[in-house]
Design a protein around this ligand. Sequence first.
Ligand code: NAP
Ligand code: 8YV
Length: 313
Amino acid sequence: MKPELVLVGPMMPHVMAALDEDFTVHRLWETADPDALLADVGERVRAIATSGNIGATAALMDALPKAEIISCYGVGVDSIDLAHAAKRGVIVTNTPEVLNDDVANMAIALLLATSRRICVGDRYVRAGKWPQHGEMPLTRGIRGKRVGILGLGRIGKDIAAKASVFGVEILYHGRSPQDDVPHRYYGDLVEMARDSDYLVAICPGGEATRNLVNRQVMDALGPEGVLINVARGTVVDEAELVLALQEGRLGGAGLDVFLEEPQVPEPLLSMDQVVLQPHAASATVETRHAMGDLVVQNLRAHFAGKPALTAVQ
Ligand code: NAP
Ligand code: 8YV
């Protein structure tokens, strides 16, 4: 008999087809009464498949007391109650590495788009302003600038490698220095921001990093500085970010992630010094395919009696 699995939200068709092959899948989002479904099948379900944006609460785990594994579509697992999963002995897996390239590319794209005002230029041309007003104001080059990376992990290192090609100097901040990297380490984020032209946030979300990029950090980055956030909305004090941009204490921002997605603070929508994305850093066909495959591979390994491929805990 196939093991039973709760799928909390839709996934790519090939992922859902693969899950259907190996599991009896209960589609939580399709039912009008999720609590009734959980009460009905809860005692039999042995696996949960979820995504980084939906996660898994303690209540969901309690409703599925026989669940052995949570397979998450996404590398960030801040939306999963990891402490509760550990208490219940539930394995949690994520999708690391396969998304590094595209997420790093988005960070670089935001860095270039903010400094070269790509979206402003696009709007300038579309609005017919070029023939009317002539050249747009000059933008900023990035060669010789300093890029401070908050979170020099798998993706952060990829961003560092790609950014280096543009002739920038890389600085980094994390909880501890890393022996095997050539970049300058800062134990103090404010100090790094003071020395940076661009600050790229790519650390995990969750309570440990909540509002790490606060008013002090933004003021240290300064009126010419640009914040790129491809980490999580929680990492940046969003209200302070809006104020810093409005008051010109911060030069610009490239933002892929927000506090209350899909809501974006209204004042950001009209700011030319800001480039916005709908949490799309990993959203290419290729990467999302690979992430989906890994969700399935982790589940298959576990139910074949093998260790999950990419367990977080
Ligand atoms: P990773 O390899 O675990 O790297 C995380 C880095 O963050 C590490 O270098 C770590 O360094 C640092 N860090 C952790 N806790 C910290 C803290 N409290 N203060 C300062 N630095 C801290 O993770 P990854 O695979 O690169 O992914 C990083 C994050 O990117 C994910 O968790 C996710 O939130 C985000 N992400 C976003 C998107 C998107 O679509 N926008 C896509 C993928 C990932 P230390 O251990 O030295 O502190
Ligand atoms: C996904 C992400 O968009 O991997 C992550 O941590 O933020 C993104 O790749 C998200 O997890 C999908 O829900």
